[in-house]
Design a protein around this ligand. Structure first.
Ligand code: NAD
Length: 289
């Protein structure tokens, strides 16, 4: 068996086209969707992520505002900016690029963002709402994974799903979404004993570990759906400098039924879902008139 590839670039292009059409309709109604992005410090990876988010907005007809602060920025300045953006009715989404420099209390910054504009879905109230099945902004990466599963009509009800990783931004919300969709979910993490015992039972395996090529073919059930969230830059060996996922694609693809590549899998879907949350937020404002 050789897995079919679940192409995140193709699905993103289709969804972004739909979002652009929705954004154009809202703009014609006088509500142009608008995302404000705050970047603190000079982390090169963060700068690339922010650049891609801003470019994604522009292509979809979403207005973007970018606020940059130096590495030694005073937290009060950033919190002041968030307060101003919270109060601005023309802004529908606010995103603070993580990680923040050490003088910041990351939790306090995320909680300062208005729940109605928290398009990353990291505010504790949005997380609580999601866990209770209430209307909420869903964190972009796991939301993107759900869209990928939906696009392939992967049966979720009653399926065995295993998520490796329990972070607030990927693993935990991923487990919540799969549970809500009717899957039987196991969350594995750094203290899990006999990881392969769990992963070999998975009809759907989601890897969000942050370790290059960590999940190998012998850990995968034949025919399983394998979703690779990891984005790692290889530092040595023949592929040094290249990006790779948490799944060892070469040994996993012959065993899995459906698999996401890295790059070109979950990555582009994350930004697509950010755009979707921003358009959704603007849509709410337009409905309120
Ligand atoms: P994190 O470091 O916060 O969490 C990693 C998780 O892996 C932890 O919960 C930990 O318990 C678990 N883990 C570590 N070692 C393990 C082991 N030996 N066995 C089992 N579990 C283990 O990372 P994160 O923010 O959740 O990100 C995970 C990966 O996904 C990273 O590569 C990151 O770059 C990538 N990521 C990609 C996107 C995207 O858009 N595709 C978005 C966010 C994160």
């Amino acid at each position: 068996m050789t897995a079919r590839i679940l192409d995140g670039n193709a699905l993103s292009a289709k969804l972004r086209g739909e979002l652009a059409a929705r954004a154009a309709t809202l703009t014609a109604q006088g509500v142009q969707p608008c995302l404000a992005v705050i970047l603190v410090g000079g982390d090169p990876a963060s700068a690339v992520y922010v650049r891609n988010k801003v470019a994604g907005c522009e292509k979809a007809g979403i207005k973007s505002l970018k606020y940059e602060y130096p590495q030694d920025a005073a937290p009060a300045d950033v919190l002041g900016r968030i307060a101003a953006l919270n109060a601005d009715p023309a802004v529908h989404g606010i995103l603070v690029q993580l990680p923040l420099p050490p003088q910041f209390d990351e939790k306090a910054v995320l909680e300062a963002i208005s729940v109605e504009k928290d398009v990353d879905g990291f505010h504790a109230e949005n997380v609580g709402r999601l866990s209770q099945g209430q209307d909420a902004f869903v964190p972009c990466t796991p939301n993107g994974v759900m869209e990928m599963l939906k696009s392939e009509n992967v049966p979720l009800r009653g399926a065995e799903a295993v998520v490796i990783g329990r972070s607030n931004i990927v693993g935990k919300p991923m487990a919540m979404l799969l549970t809500a969709a009717g899957a039987t979910v196991t969350v594995c993490h750094s203290a899990t004993r006999d990881l392969a015992f769990h992963t070999r039972r998975a009809d759907i395996l989601v890897a969000a570990v942050g370790r290059p090529r960590f999940v190998t073919g012998d850990m995968i059930k034949p025919g399983a759906v394998v979703i690779d969230v990891g984005i790692n830059r290889l530092t040595d060996g023949p592929d040094a400098g290249k990006l790779c996922g948490d799944v060892d694609f070469a040994s996993a693809a012959p065993v899995a039924g459906l698999i996401t590549p890295v790059p070109g899998g979950v990555g582009p879907m994350t930004i697509t879902m950010l755009l979707a949350n921003t358009v959704q937020s603007a849509g709410r404002v337009a409905r309120k008139g």
